[in-house]
Write a new protein. Sequence first.
Length: 330
Amino acid sequence: MKIAFFSTQPYDIQFFESANQAFGHELVFFTQALEPATTSLAAGAQAVCLFVNDQASESVIEALEKLGVKTIALRCAGFNNISLEAAKKADIRVCRVGAYSPEAVAEHATALLLTLTRKTHKAYNRVREQNFALSGLLGFNIHGKKVGVIGTGNIGQAFCKIMLGFGCEVTAFDLIANKEMEALGVSYAPLIEVLGADIISLHCPLNEQTKHIINTETLGYCKKGVTIINTGRGGLLDTKAVIDALKNGTIGALGLDVYEQEEKLFFKDLSSTIIQDDTIQRLMSFSNVLVTGHQGFFTIEAMEKIAHTTLENISNLENKLPLTTGNSIV
Ligand code: NAI
């Protein structure tokens, strides 16, 4: 099948070309993101392969239908950027990579957390300037802390296990309590209770219910100086409310791998441009905020699994075979 890849980076080409040796699809790579102006690039392809910031809105899907596209294959887990209703109407199948390496993202959330709790981002720069003084680097133990996990799907579960290993008391909020997690010692509680933890990590999808789940009101239930880690989606946080909470000390540390307006910034080298987004600039100006550019998924193991599963999904759809549980959306 001919597959048009959008938002392609050199590493996508490397991993997909290697995985495709087992599938033999025709792969066409575009660096452009999918949006109304770039939809025509999919002409001649039966499938498009999209990433987190490609926008398959209603009008884009209508245009894809006219081009004869039958499949939207997401090379990621989240699908908040796809109009599922429009896809259904256009009879376009949407598949994703439900679980490629939840540990990759959970470990990245832990990396953000450890950097913030022990201020290694500051220590790294300081030691390079031959400044070995410790003042300003005082951290706190993760061991013994209360950790609140919002969303205990694949990634949330992996994160819970890491935090249990650290000796934390883990409380979670999800629509469904997970029995395996409960057996391991995770207790489920209403959101407002979970928000009272020392450390909060977000692992739920972005949807109508979770948009701005961290906002001025919910921040009111947080402990003064709470550490918040977001590797989910930027829209889970009301960024303006978060900036106010950083200014008044409600949030003591913030680790972000995702950002509400990230599609204009992330996955690009903007080092020789003037960034016009004042909000991210303000966020990055806090010494207790650490931002990474959506790299939670970016490990060798995860990239190999993403490439293989995406191409396998497309082959299965082409051959009218069922998809692995969790990979089928529409
Ligand atoms: P998943 O589908 O396995 O788990 C999501 C969990 O959230 C489920 O247990 C679900 O019941 C729960 N949930 C849904 N609505 C909720 C609500 N209103 N309140 C509380 N919980 C709710 O998804 P997975 O693989 O664990 O991924 C989670 C999210 O992480 C993805 O949706 C995606 O946005 C993000 N992600 C980020 C990556 C990165 O590189 N930073 C990479 C992969 C995913």
